[in-house]
Design a protein around this ligand. Structure first.
Ligand code: 5RP
Length: 220
């Protein structure tokens, strides 16, 4: 099984969790794109859709879905998104695609959060994947210096602007042994919009596409 097949299988498994009348939050990335391709088959079950990025909105609209804003729907049923890493407590690193802020907002408003990944993304300790941080452009150097003090190696994702008009720092070499504490600590740095640690709102269910073509389910 290659990575794409495993992502597709995880996305297929997530479809089984979608119940009639659902308001569905849709994440961002290649795994979620497999999910979006499958949504037209269950269109009748979906009442409303909210999206975590301009990219996902564009694909959803191309598949004939009208996308609502979160302000219109309020707290809602189910958010499905990928991740860059998960530990066994279903605390995540997200933001490889740069959509972390809207993803965190949609995850916070969802009653249930299902994360779909391929199995290589399950790690013992978060931090092998460089940690994305969305920052105000004018605070980029300040946040970089603070991350150096925390023994991370911040790299500016040059040329990338988020849907919110901000920059991304990818911080290498962090060992995130306490994701709850690290999430809160980085969020307190002035100029940080969002850190890509999802520990205060972890996933509820993790669906991992595995090498044998199956899908492993983990719950927090
Ligand atoms: C985007 C994300 C994605 O969920 C994450 O990068 C995983 O992407 P993919 O499904 O392409 O592997 O957090 O901001």
């Amino acid at each position: 099984m290659n990575a794409s097949d495993k992502k597709r299988n995880a996305a297929k498994a997530a479809i089984e969790f979608i119940e009639p009348g659902v308001t569905l939050g849709v994440g961002t990335g290649s795994t979620v794109n497999f999910l979006i391709e499958l949504l037209p088959e269950i269109r009748d079950k979906i009442d409303r859709v909210v999206s975590s990025s301009i990219a996902s909105t564009t694909i959803l609209e191309a598949h004939g879905f009208e996308v609502s804003t979160l302000n219109e729907v309020g707290d809602y049923d189910l958010y499905i998104d990928g991740a860059d890493e998960s530990n066994k407590r279903l605390q995540l690193i997200k933001g490889g695609g740069g959509a972390l802020t809207r993803e965190k907002v949609l995850a916070a408003a969802a009653r249930r959060f299902i994360c779909i990944v391929e199995d290589t993304k399950l790690v013992g300790m978060l931090g092998r994947f460089p940690l994305p941080i969305e920052v105000l452009p004018m605070a980029q150097e300040l946040v970089s210096r603070r991350m150096l003090k925390m023994r991370g190696q911040p790299i500016w994702r040059e040329g990338f602007v988020t849907d919110n008009g901000n920059h991304i720092l990818d911080v290498h070499d962090l060992q995130i042994s306490n994701p709850l504490e690290m999430e809160a600590r980085i969020n307190r740095i002035p100029g940080v919009v969002t850190v890509g640690i999802f520990a205060h709102r972890p996933a509820d269910i993790l669906l991992l596409g595995t090498d044998d073509g199956g899908v492993r389910e983990m719950r927090s």
